[in-house]
Design a protein around this ligand. Structure first.
Ligand code: ATP
Ligand code: MN
Length: 534
């Protein structure tokens, strides 16, 4: 090794002897400098570092594997979410990756996951680029002291420039993300998308916590009110977890990954990873103001000839992102722990415009909608016509769940009953018609509905059941026009609404068939009322 910046970490347990330069535990400023020097990106006028992640601007779920071994063989829910990988192939790939890194400079960072000390997981992340290491600084919890000489429990190696050879290495294509529970190691190659690193460790925790420790792990954001009441927001990508948890009236616990142990919930992470598309200071002030020196912007464009970010520009991707440490949000809770939640919100971005903007769920309905994990994407077709597409992702995060979804659902069901939690279904998606006809629910109304639910202002209003989905819709809500609360009334043609609503209900029923044998009659009956004609 020719040059080491700061201390030399113990890499003896890895095959990384011949490295040119090793940069250990650099500060954000040093990482920003390194990134600029290496031409990884440039500074925006706000001081944030802007980089491009390359070919991949999102995760690649089809290239995410788990090594089949004694730990995973009979525990993991194998299939197209958790794809099997051969242990010998992993070892070969590992040797190739470490040989690749040994010939060049790399960055090492010791960090940890889980704000609750009882569940701390020490993680060492080795990255080929400086920007990835900055991301790790932000998204993982920053330990006060690190011991360079110690061997951490888990190791992640992420090298965007390393390409697998699918024919030899057993991958699907050049890029991959592989979790090995026996070796406690994650290999990420061929992709520079930072989200792969955080979602890798999330998947690990989604195995360890429920399986070994009986702690529920959740794909959700969380915040806490002035009275100490915690709220949790589940939802798939783009449904509003990050946006809605950033609430100036409440303190932020975290925006994406949490655990729920006996009496408290805790963040797995030390920072946020927010979508930037169409971001404005007016509608999302906290996130906007977090974009400053140290923050990492991904795949944005500047206004021509300037270093001012054009948040409306989606030329590289719709999934433009910014990451920053939790303390960049001024009312963050650190360490990020809160009491068991009083309210749980299931967020869905229903592009069909069918589900009510807010409704209250019974405990059985909560189980049904949690297991269903519905949202709708807006997808393009070959003719350039854009139409909505239903997505069902169990527990609002199937892609990150190594165990069968019912494991998580049962844990949640017990906790909802034990803590007498209010559960709400919130549609942050379309109103007045499907995508194309209607429009997205205004953020200020969604925020008002959530505030009303949290402040108990919906406790004494009248509710009416939805005629197909059975969920209970409030007839009024402070600061929200009454006529948008029932979606049927927002459509130009209510008969068409009924028709489309029945179609969506049929999709729910069809999707739920695979979970029927794990469910009770009460949960099955809590789904939409629908007669499917064959
Ligand atoms: P991920 O899991 O990918 O991090 P997320 O659930 O955190 O996704 P957000 O980053 O909060 O999703 O994205 C929600 C996006 O939708 C934001 O760009 C936000 O501005 C936009 N949006 C528009 N209308 C609403 C609404 N009514 N409620 C919530 N978000 C809305
Ligand atoms: Mn988010």
């Amino acid at each position: 090794m020719k040059r080491v910046l700061n201390q030399l970490p113990d890499l003896g347990y890895l095959n990384l002897g011949g490295a040119e330069e090793v940069f250990y535990q650099l500060t954000p400023a040093q990482l920003v400098q390194a990134a600029l020097k290496r031409n990884e990106g440039s500074l925006a006028d706000s001081g944030a570092l802007a980089i491009d992640t390359g070919k991949f601007t999102g995760r690649s779920p089809k290239d995410r594997f788990i090594v089949e071994d004694d730990v995973t063989r009979n525990t993991v829910w194998w299939g197209d979410v958790n794809i099997k990988f051969d242990p010998a192939k992993f070892d070969t790939l590992y040797n190739k990756m470490t040989a690749y890194l040994s010939g060049r400079p790399f960055f090492v960072r010791d960090a940890c996951a889980c704000a609750n000390e009882k569940y701390h997981l020490d993680v060492r992340v080795i990255t080929e680029t400086a920007y990835q290491n900055l991301f790790v600084h932000h998204l993982f919890i920053r330990p006060e002291v690190v011991d360079a000489k110690s061997k951490p429990e888990w190791t992640v190696i992420a090298a965007p420039g390393f390409m697998a050879d699918p024919a030899i290495d057993g991958t699907r294509q050049e890029n991959f993300s592989i979790i090995n529970f026996s070796r406690k190691m994650i290999l990420v190659g061929g992709t520079g998308y930072t989200g792969e690193i955080k979602k890798g460790i999330f998947s690990v925790l989604n195995f360890i916590l429920p399986h070994d420790k009986k702690v529920l792990s959740m794909h959700c954001s969380a915040n806490v009110g002035p009275e100490g009441d915690t709220a949790v927001f589940f939802g798939l990508s783009g449904t509003g977890k990050t946006t809605l948890s950033a609430d100036p009236q409440r303190n932020l616990i975290g925006d994406d990954e949490h655990g729920w142990s006996d009496y408290s919930i805790f963040n797995f992470e030390g920072g946020c990873y927010a979508k930037c598309v169409n971001l404005t200071a007016e509608s999302e002030p906290q996130i906007f103001n977090a974009i400053r020196f140290g923050s990492l912007l991904e795949n944005i464009n500047f206004y021509k000839g300037t270093s001012r970010v054009n948040f409306a520009d989606v030329e590289k991707t719709e999934n433009t992102r910014v990451s920053y440490p939790l303390n960049y949000i001024n009312n963050a809770v650190i360490p990020s722990i809160g009491a068991s939640p009083k309210n749980i919100f299931f967020l869905t971005a229903d592009a069909f415009g069918i589900l009510p903007p807010i409704s209250k769920l019974t405990p059985e309905q909560a189980m049904y909608y949690f297991i269903s994990g519905y949202t709708a994407k807006v997808a393009g077709t070959e003719h350039g016509v854009v139409h909505p597409e239903a997505t069902f992702s169990a527990c609002f995060g199937k892609a990150f769940l190594p165990l069968h979804p019912i494991t998580y659902a049962r844990l949640l069901g017990h906790k909802i009953k034990e803590h007498d939690v209010n559960v709400w279904l919130v549609n942050t998606g379309w109103t007045g018609g499907a995508f194309g006809t209607g429009k997205r629910m205004r953020l200020k109304y969604t925020r008002a509905m959530i505030t009303a639910a949290l402040n108990g202002q919906l406790d004494n209003v009248h509710f009416e059941p939805h005629h197909i989905f059975n969920v209970n819709i409030p007839l009024s809500c402070p600061h929200v026009p009454d006529n948008i609360l029932n979606p049927r009334k927002t459509w130009a043609n209510p008969d068409e609404y009924d028709e489309r609503a029945s179609e969506l209900a049929a999709l729910f029923v069809k999707n739920f068939e695979q979970y029927a044998k794990y469910s009770t009659a009460e949960i099955l009956n809590a789904g939409p009322a629908v007669t499917i004609s064959v």
